[in-house]
Design a protein around this ligand. Structure first.
Ligand code: A2P
Length: 351
């Protein structure tokens, strides 16, 4: 049985990693090693019926570890993943630090599991949460119809920015409820300026922010570049055209993506639905509420705490018979992060 470490065990994704290891019955040797910052050292966190003490990261902490799950930010991954590998561990890294390294596979368990065995650096990268959710729906359609272009607008939850993002959203929401309806309706700029915004650039509660992450000189954000570069790498389509817009919405957990997918030939909705219904890890919820069709489409709130990725609003494009429009939703902390990381650990353990 593998000995397992979780780096960032106190964080939003680390918390889910701990739960997923237990829920999925991952065969952990003894108890896992919980690592975080000095601030959390000595804190005790649950493991099965007991508790495990959180330790600060150190080389000694990786001794004997076979699988190390990292979700403590890119800086920690860059510094400590090679240390964990030197100690004999396979690293599964949830940060963006290693994703675009040619010698590091970028793996979604349903999409390109075969890539995981080729890992010369001993590191496997877990994709960006938005890209991950989108790929689960895109891959079967690509296999069936041959993908040529993706236009994607994301609606990303606060939880994508970690526990502090969730806390900030909830604090702002409570404050703005107190500020009251009239200010929110008639003096929005005053309401927007009245709350503390540290994690996000402006008030996120009762608002929509037209960027996630930081801007690059091309006027796109790093989150948008991740969607482009990581999609190309995961699908092994290095020239895929991707037009991304990443938006933050006042949702605690659950990322949604409205996407237009273009294929090599004409594509019909009913065939696409069959393909999506047969795809692993995917649930189709698609109904208009007209006639005998029940109204059905997935929501971020409805996906929170669920393992699957959900797809709905599947429509043939109105102007291009090679294109489909669809709505894809998934829990960014589960399939978008911790669940996929543990699924990758399962693939490694099964080798
Ligand atoms: P800590 O709780 O001790 O700060 P989130 O993504 O929810 O913000 O969580 C980030 C995770 O990364 C937390 O477990 C956090 O630990 C950990 N972390 C942040 N900075 C460091 C650091 N300098 N060294 C080790 N762990 C860190």
């Amino acid at each position: 049985m593998p000995k397992v470490a979780i780096v960032g065990a106190t964080g939003a994704v680390g918390t889910e990693m701990r739960r997923q290891l237990d829920l999925r019955g991952f065969p952990v040797d003894g108890e896992p090693v919980y690592l975080a910052s000095e601030r959390s050292a000595g804190t005790r966190l649950p493991w099965k019926d007991g508790e495990v003490e959180v330790r600060p990261i150190s080389a000694a902490a990786f001794e004997g570890v076979d699988v190390a799950l990292f979700s403590a930010g890119g800086g920690r991954s860059r510094e400590w993943a090679p240390v964990a590998v030197d100690a004999g561990a396979v690293v599964i890294d949830n940060s963006s630090a290693w994703r675009m390294d040619d010698q590091v596979p970028l793996v979604v368990s349903e999409v390109n599991p075969e890539a995981i065995t080729d890992r010369p650096k001993g590191i496997v990268a877990n994709p960006n949460c938005t890209t991950m959710v989108l790929m689960v729906a895109v891959k079967p359609l690509h296999d069936a119809f041959g993908l040529t272009e993706v236009v994607a607008s994301s609606y990303q939850a606060a939880g994508g920015a970690g526990m502090s993002g969730i806390t900030e959203l909830l604090d702002q929401a409570a404050k703005l409820v107190d500020v009251g309806e009239e200010t929110l309706r008639a003096h929005g700029a005053q309401a927007e300026g009245s709350v503390d915004a540290q994690v996000f650039s402006k008030a996120l509660a009762f608002n929509v922010l037209a960027h996630c992450g930081s801007f690059t000189e091309e006027r796109y954000t790093d989150e948008e570049w991740k969607l482009l570069n990581e999609s190309r790498k995961i699908l092994a389509l290095p020239s895929l055209r991707v037009s991304p817009t990443c938006v933050r919405v006042p949702v605690v957990v659950g990322h949604a993506i409205a996407t237009r997918l273009t294929f090599a030939g004409p594509v019909a909705r009913d065939v696409a639905i069959e393909v999506l219904q047969d795809a692993p890890g995917l649930v189709v919820e698609d109904g208009t509420g007209q006639g005998d069709e029940p109204l059905a489409y997935p929501t971020p709130l409805g996906s929170a705490g669920r393992d699957e990725v959900f797809v709905g609003r599947v429509r043939e494009d109105l102007g291009d018979d090679h294109s489909l429009n669809l709505w894809v939703v998934g829990d960014n902390l589960l399939k978008g992060a911790a669940l996929n990381a543990v699924q990758l650990a399962e693939l490694v353990a099964a080798e």
